[in-house]
Design a protein around this ligand. Structure first.
Ligand code: HEC
Length: 172
């Protein structure tokens, strides 16, 4: 007497179970989709950058473009090239490092005494130099001290500048 009743109950539960299958599957798909989307998209170029140094151009055109930016736009030699006694930039010691020629408005013990040599064999990797010129951040994760400016060049200009810096030959 009880059996058919129980069967009816069981099949009702089964139906309810089947009804639940679809929403559960759909929900898991949504969650799965979200989980997949939450993960950052793969960026092969970035990985390449980290594995190897950024590739700085070495064509004469790009080096010349870098020279133009350095000398006529960013004015790096004004601080980084030493001067002759007549005050002119020493043409034989381009970007060879120079004493700071101007002082802060009020005395500052943290003011750099020297703009270091940046021509020839550069003081950091291509990648670090490009980072400095595009973000203003140096190898210690901080900006350099003023009056060195936190440049925000685009990557192509920064690479051309680094190409030029590396091409500078210092006289012994
Ligand atoms: C107004 C002066 C000035 C100008 C212009 C300038 N710099 Fe500098 N630069 C400095 C000074 C001063 C320092 C030292 C900063 C410090 O010690 O924190 C410096 C530091 C640097 C350093 C770190 C070197 C090292 O070995 O620590 C690099 C690289 C650099 N400059 C590149 C450049 C480039 C490239 C340009 C042009 C795009 C440029 N600077 C323009 C004054 C200048």
């Amino acid at each position: 007497m009880n059996k058919p009743k129980r069967d009816a109950f069981a099949s009702a539960r089964l139906r309810a179970g089947r009804c639940l299958v679809l929403p559960v599957v759909l929900l898991s798909l949504v969650f799965l989709g979200a989980a997949v989307r939450i993960q950052p998209p793969p960026r092969p170029e970035k990985k390449g950058d980290r594995a190897s140094a950024v590739s700085v151009p070495s064509t004469p055109d790009e080096i010349e473009r870098g020279r133009y930016i350095v000398e006529n736009v960013a004015m790096c030699p004004q601080c980084h090239t030493p001067r002759l006694s007549n005050g002119q930039l020493d043409p034989n010691r381009t970007l060879d490092g120079a004493p700071e020629f101007f002082q802060p408005p009020s005395p500052d013990p943290d003011w750099p005494l020297q703009a270091p040599r940046i021509g020839g064999n550069p003081p950091a990797s291509d990648q670090d130099l490009v980072k400095l010129l595009t973000t203003g951040i140096w190898t210690d994760g901080r900006p350099l001290r003023l009056p060195m400016m936190p440049f925000r060049m685009n990557e192509s200009d920064a690479k051309a500048v680094v190409a030029y810096l590396k091409s500078v030959r210092q006289n012994p």
